[in-house]
Write a protein that binds this ligand. Structure first.
Ligand code: TMP
Ligand code: ASP
Length: 235
């Protein structure tokens, strides 16, 4: 048992609390949603509850498959116990199908399949709007050591294989997703969350969007989409 302590940090979708154990933190999942670097704000009803449940199932799946994550256990509807990480300020995006910013950058239609998975890095900075960077920037600015970056990429590609198969078996295409990593006693662990906030998930048959793009693009039926993902992830 852990006791909840002071608020350490409040982000756009989660609040992080300290606990009486210096190695453990509590992630509290909020209903608030933002897009376009928080220029657009809103609430997705019960998102926090759904995202905690979805993330819990996916972290358990990944741990079972040998991925090292910060997940410890789900504590309550909106709270997850996690290992304390020193977050590496590099967002790792993995893509299987062209969508979003890649469609724009390459002048391609969304839905174009990729011959192999694409890995991209973004510098985690709200002020700068998370600019895209590459491995040279990561090295030159000392954001992560070479072996840390190698561990992140190896993990991210393995996560992609595991999640792609898991979602495919449930009638969902894993289009792309964003991961964050951190250091914990010398180890690189997968952190943050894995939810429809940070993944693109399309219905395999209809190609209907089941993720935060419904909020970003005002497509409606947002709660229904998250509920469907939750239902399928728990099936
Ligand atoms: P993008 O196509 O906008 O670059 O997004 C790629 C993936 O990363 C998509 O699944 C959404 C996710 N993502 C985040 O989780 N946070 C962000 O700030 C951005 C821009 C994207
Ligand atoms: N979460 C980011 C923001 O608040 C971007 C996004 O997911 O679209 O701006």
């Amino acid at each position: 048992m852990v006791t909840k302590g002071n608020k350490l940090y409040e982000g756009k979708a989660k609040i992080i609390y300290e606990t009486d154990n210096p190695d453990l933190l509590i992630q509290y999942f909020k209903d608030e949603a933002t897009a376009f670097n928080a220029q657009k704000k809103g609430v997705i009803k019960e998102k926090g509850v759904m995202n905690n449940a979805i993330s819990t199932r996916l972290f358990k799946l990944l741990e079972d498959e040998g991925i090292k994550t910060h997940f410890v256990e789900k504590l309550s509807e909106r709270e997850m116990l996690v290992k304390r990480l020193e977050i590496i300020p590099v967002e790792v995006v993995v893509r299987n199908i062209v969508a979003g910013s890649l469609a724009k950058r390459m002048g391609l239609e969304e839905g174009t399949p990729l011959k192999e998975a694409v890995v991209e890095f973004y510098y985690k900075s709200d002020e700068l709007g998370d600019p895209m960077i590459n491995n040279y920037h990561i090295r030159a600015f000392g954001l992560a050591k070479d072996e840390e970056l190698e561990a992140m990429v190896e993990s991210a590609l393995k996560v992609n294989d595991i999640l792609k198969k898991f979602f495919d078996e449930r009638g969902i295409l894993l289009v792309d997703f964003k991961l964050e990593y951190g250091r914990h006693h010398g180890e690189i662990l997968l952190g943050d969350e894995i939810t429809p906030d940070g993944c693109r998930l399309w219905d395999k048959q209809t190609l209907e969007k089941l993720d935060k793009d419904r909020f970003r693009r005002d497509l409606g039926k947002i709660e229904e989409a998250y509920e469907e993902v939750l239902r399928k992830v728990l099936s």
